[in-house]
Structures are given as structure tokens and as C-alpha cells.
Design a protein around this ligand. Structure first.
Ligand SMILES: *Cc1c(COP(=O)(O)O)cnc(C)c1O
Length: 398
């Protein structure tokens, strides 16, 4: 058997592995070797899945709900998700518009494959979630980036979007709240961006995986609710992973115009079939026991918020670092430009010298920043702030 990778496909050779998962793996390996690592690389809640969800799943498993189910998902769950979206203002939406996928990541990928043909362009605001450009490339498409710095709140403008549109543009990807920056666009800002896409008949992939995790009284908006025309062009990707601490369950959702929902379901029927049957029954508990669900989310949100403020204050007190006040998800994206190092060098040295794991901004298409997750314990944050402060002081030669 040859070890020559030149026999691999174009796709296999061009794909970059997820840098965030790589940082996490490195931090976990150091930890396993007995090192006291402060890991801020992970993109997952540090809570366990709420018990009422696990119980519903265990019950389904015990009852033998272990066979294939319909490709787009079990009917009661799709109905419940549709009803929830309708209650939040989604238009002309029924269970026919809903597809359950093996994770929010897969929801994004299927949506991209359903809308992008070879040579088509997808406009992606940077800093971006690491997977979007690779997914667009896997569909044979071309990612086109528009960027925003911390001074602009990491928010791209309608003018930037308009200027990036060409006859080949098919898709605009919007993530609010954002991973990696935690930025949440206001309703007005979102409407202005979506209006440009609608005017040009471009699909919008709205990744709303963090919609329930917002702070400072800010609310995430849903582009699909803006107008009837928007409802025909917006694909809403989401899932249970971040809201209910269910990353390992692999359960994502797609709410899409009918032709897209059908296409995505057909793609899935050939690629993976339904996502795990008993996991879906677990997720159904979220809608059957809404008080418990709301309580769990409120509890996790309050904890994230407390850590967010603590981390923000700590980072902004370090000379040379300035950190934008993110109002969503569970990430901070501080500016480290004053140190004159590339973000990769900064992150590598920080891990080596202080055992602090962060993801360099360049992984998200933004040099001069780093991403820190605050889905970690208060103690880790306190320790991390001390170590980062010591590291920065050394860098400044102070
Ligand atoms: C975590 C994440 C997802 C999807 O997560 P899954 O674990 O696949 O459900 C999608 N988009 C963004 C921006 C994320 O951070």
C-alpha cells in the first residue's frame, strides 16, 4: 500500500483540518501528560446535558426506539421545532420545512451543498467560523471574504456586502451571535444586510446555533422572519449542542424554504440517513418540558455571563491587550496586535511558556487576535488571566 497522498482526491488534498479541534487535542494531550493546562480552545459548554433530556433519551432507548426513522427526523420533533419557530415569527413554516441533521455543522454543510455549484461564490464575513470556507470549497465553490475589526464591533456593513456581490454570488453566510467573536448584530444591522441579499436574490445561511446565548439584554434576530421574500431565501441552521450542552449528541436543525429542505433531506438520505433516533427523543423533551428547558438555559446563560464579565475585566486590565465586549456565544476575541507577534506565534509561545491554550485569530481569518472560550471554570479563568498577564509582561520586556 502506497503512502503517497498524491493518489488522494482533490477534495482530500485541499481540506484543512479544523484548527480549533487541533488546539483542543494538543491541550488535552498536555493535560493527559500531567501538565496543568488552562484550556481556552474548546468550543463546547462545560456543563453536562440537563437530566430531563438524558432521561427522555434513556427512556426511548429502553423502549427500543433504536431503528431507522424518517430521514428528516421524527415527526413530533419536527412539528415541535416548527411550532417553536412560528412562535418566534417565522413565516409560512411547517414541519415540511424542518430537517434534523447529525449536528449544526452538518446543517451548515448540507445547506452549502444544496446551494453552491462549482464556481459559485459564497460571501463570508471574517472573523469567520473555521468550517465555512472549507465547506464551500468542498462544494466546489469559492469563499469570498469581507472583514471587520474590533473597532467596528467585528460587524460587516451592507456596503461591504454589496461591493462583494458578483454575478456568481449565490450565498451569504451570517453568524450572529458569532463564533469566534461573540458579536451580536442588532435587528437593524441584520435587516440592512439581509435586505442587500434579498435585493440580489442571494441565499442567506443564518447560523443561529448561539441564538439563546446572549447577554447585556441583547437579543439575536432571525433573518427568516423579516419578510416573505426573506423567508424564501434564508436558511436557518441551528442545533441542540450549544444551548443544551449536547455537543456529543450530534443533533442539528435546518429550517429552510421547501425546495432547500427537500434537497437537504435527499442529500442526507444518501449520505447519512436519519440522525440518531433516541437522541431525537431526548431533544423532544426540550419542547415537551419547556419550563425545565427554560430553567436549564437560564442557569447556563447566567453562569456564562458571570464568567464573561470576569474574563473581560481581567483581560482589559492587561497592558497591551484590548478586548471587545462580546454579547453572545461563549467566546472573547481580544486584540493582541500591540505585541507585534503573529497570532500563531503568540498562541504557540503562550502554550509553551505558560500552558495556556488559545486559538490564534488567523484560524478565523483575523490576524492580531486570539479566541478564548469562557465555557470553562471560574478557577481556570482566574488562573488564565494571571498567566496571560505574566506572559504579556514578559513580551513587553517590563
Ligand atoms: C458549534 C458550532 C456549530 C455546530 O455545532 P454542532 O456540534 O455540529 O451542532 C455550528 N456553527 C457554529 C458557529 C458553531 O460554533
Amino acid at each position: 500500500m502506497s503512502n503517497d497522498s498524491s493518489f488522494l482526491s482533490t477534495w482530500a488534498r485541499s481540506i484543512a483540518p479544523s484548527p480549533t479541534l487541533a488546539v483542543d487535542a494538543k491541550a488535552k494531550a498536555l493535560k493527559a501528560a500531567g501538565k496543568d493546562v488552562c484550556g481556552f480552545g474548546a468550543g463546547e459548554p462545560d456543563f453536562d446535558t440537563p437530566k430531563f433530556i438524558k432521561d427522555a433519551c434513556a427512556k426511548a432507548l429502553a423502549e427500543g426506539k433504536t431503528k431507522y426513522v424518517p430521514t428528516p427526523g421524527i415527526l413530533p420533533l419536527r412539528k415541535a421545532i416548527a411550532a417553536d419557530y412560528v412562535s418566534r415569527g417565522f413565516r409560512n413554516l411547517t414541519e415540511a420545512n424542518i430537517v434534523l441533521s447529525p449536528g449544526g455543522k452538518m446543517s451548515c454543510y448540507l445547506s452549502i451543498v444544496a446551494t453552491i455549484s462549482p464556481g459559485d461564490e459564497a460571501i463570508i464575513p471574517a472573523p469567520y467560523w473555521v468550517s465555512y470556507p472549507e465547506m464551500v470549497k468542498l462544494a466546489g465553490g469559492v469563499p469570498k471574504f469581507i472583514s471587520a475589526e474590533d473597532t467596528a464591533g467585528f460587524k460587516v456593513t451592507p456596503e461591504q456586502l454589496r461591493a462583494a456581490i458578483t454575478p456568481k454570488t449565490r450565498l451569504f453566510i451570517l453568524t450572529s451571535p458569532s463564533n469566534p467573536t461573540g458579536t451580536v448584530y442588532t435587528r437593524e444591522e441584520t435587516e440592512a444586510l439581509v435586505a442587500v441579499a434579498v435585493e440580489h436574490g442571494i441565499y442567506v445561511l443564518s447560523d443561529e446555533i448561539y441564538a439563546h446565548l446572549t447577554y447585556d439584554g441583547v437579543v439575536a434576530s432571525h433573518p427568516a422572519t423579516f419578510s416573505d421574500r426573506a423567508a424564501e431565501l434564508v436558511i436557518t441552521a441551528s442545533g441542540f449542542a450549544k444551548t443544551y450542552a449536547m455537543t456529543g449528541w450530534r443533533l442539528g436543525t435546518i429550517a429552510a424554504p421547501l425546495p432547500i429542505a427537500k434537497a437537504v433531506s435527499s442529500l442526507q438520505s444518501q449520505m447519512s440517513s436519519n440522525c440518531t433516533s433516541f437522541a431525537q427523543f431526548g431533544a423532544l423533551a426540550v419542547f415537551e418540558q419547556p419550563e425545565k428547558a427554560a430553567e436549564s438555559v437560564a442557569e447556563m446563560r447566567a453562569t456564562f455571563d458571570r464568567r464573561r464579565k470576569m474574563f473581560l475585566d481581567g483581560l482589559n486590565a492587561i497592558p497591551g491587550i484590548s478586548c471587545y465586549r462580546s454579547q453572545g456565544a461563549f467566546y472573547l476575541f481580544p486584540n493582541i496586535k500591540s505585541f507585534g507577534l503573529s497570532s500563531s506565534d503568540f498562541a504557540a509561545k503562550l502554550l509553551e511558556e505558560e500552558l495556556v491554550a488559545v486559538v490564534p485569530g488567523i484560524a478565523f481569518g483575523a490576524e492580531g487576535y486570539m479566541r478564548l472560550s469562557y465555557a470553562v471554570s471560574d478557577e481556570t479563568i482566574r488562573k488564565g488571566i494571571d498567566r496571560i498577564a505574566r506572559f504579556c509582561k514578559k513580551l513587553r520586556g517590563a
